[in-house]
Ligand binder design. Sequence first.
Ligand code: 6LW
Length: 472
Amino acid sequence: MTTAEFAPVVPGFHPDPSVCRVGDDYYLAHSTFEYVPGVPIRHSRDLVTWTLVGHVLTRDAQFPAARSRASGGIYAPTLRHHDGRFWLIVTDVGDGGGQRLFHAPAAEGPWSDAIVLRGLDGIDPDLAWTEDGTCLVSYCSWADGGSAIWQAAIDPLAGLVLDEPRVIWRGSPDMGHTEGPHLYRRGDWWYLVTAEGGTERGHGISAVRSRDPRGPFEAPPSNPIYTHRSTEHPVQNVGHADLVERVDGSWAAVHLGVRTAGYTPSFHVNGRETFLAEVDWRDDWPVIRPSDAEVPPVTGFVDRFDALGPRWVSPGAWPERFARAGADGLEVEAAEGSGVYARVEALSWEARVEIETPDAVAHVEVRLDDRHRVGVRRDGSRATATWTVGGVDVVLGEADDPDGIVWIDSVPSETAGPDDLVLAVGADRRALGRIDGRYLSTEVATGFTGRVLGIRVERGAARVREVRFAPR
Ligand code: 6LW
């Protein structure tokens, strides 16, 4: 067991966490970009162990998935509970501006169709209700030059903007990329917490306060109030926090961070993950400190597909339209280059896939996007290890594999990278190729997601009997 300072409470690509509490229950949402179903909702009673209970975005009427480019689509959400109803607001950056609101009677859903708010062009929208019931949306926009936090009052059910959007905070003087705003009421103060410095190594969490939720806001003696920038901490890029008050009156924060590995500039491969921190209050200012909560280790899974479970997501296409689970495993058809994938949640692991491609061509692969992926292409029983880097396809090796077993292993790097990825086939695990894992890291590929493992069909229909994923 390790503590929440070093181990994510939600591992794998789960960026931009937003948390709310209803009684003794906590709920957590994340950004999902081009992947659908989108915006997973998790439940916890302790902020440490989380259970996936559903997704907000499950159909085109909410989010036309096919139009999203890599790392486009669904950016940072805010999840809140008000007047007995769950609310989620989020930006679909492929929608040419505007924010999307969804509501549901329960966190598990069913979630409404999108209520589209026009005229609030920016990202990272937040929802907060004032004492008189006014609903305020605060969001990051570059509408008048640099990034700043803007705000407007809305009618959330009607999707109407009720007043002229205005800047409420232009950010800390020495930090750019003022994003991810969240507004909280505590005592006589309203706090505006933001992410600043950009979601890379300079990332941090800042806070300002006002007696009025509309501002003007005053800064503390110094911002950011929490960051790992310029430190040797193994968790970097810390920022984009959402605070929550526990039943006992103590406060906590969920925030994103990355686990880096390899020689400078060091690399993160599983995207931005969710970490937990503690929040104290001094002179009515939030003071964030690491959490010493024990985080259970990442468990693997064995899936024989008696159902297509919620861990399986697809870039730009709804998985249920081309993948069907049943007694004989998962039948996967070609779907314009998409596939079914699970987030990689461990830093060192092995995967084993049993797959039949009698008259099909299918890929068992790890991907960041279509230009950065590695795997085994099966055409009938011919297996070819292929690697796509910067859009260039490289054949690493090939062999006949009548067994229909593909192995992908993340093993310690031999070249100061974050890991090496080893491809093998057959019951005897014949190695076909090995690549430096840095080429499947965000530092090389760019973007906002992280590694996913899955199956993509090029032609025909493949049958996946079993997928095993085990951390080392
Ligand atoms: C998100 C912004 C950010 O909207 O990255 O961490 C963007 N910072 O707040 C995508 O995750």
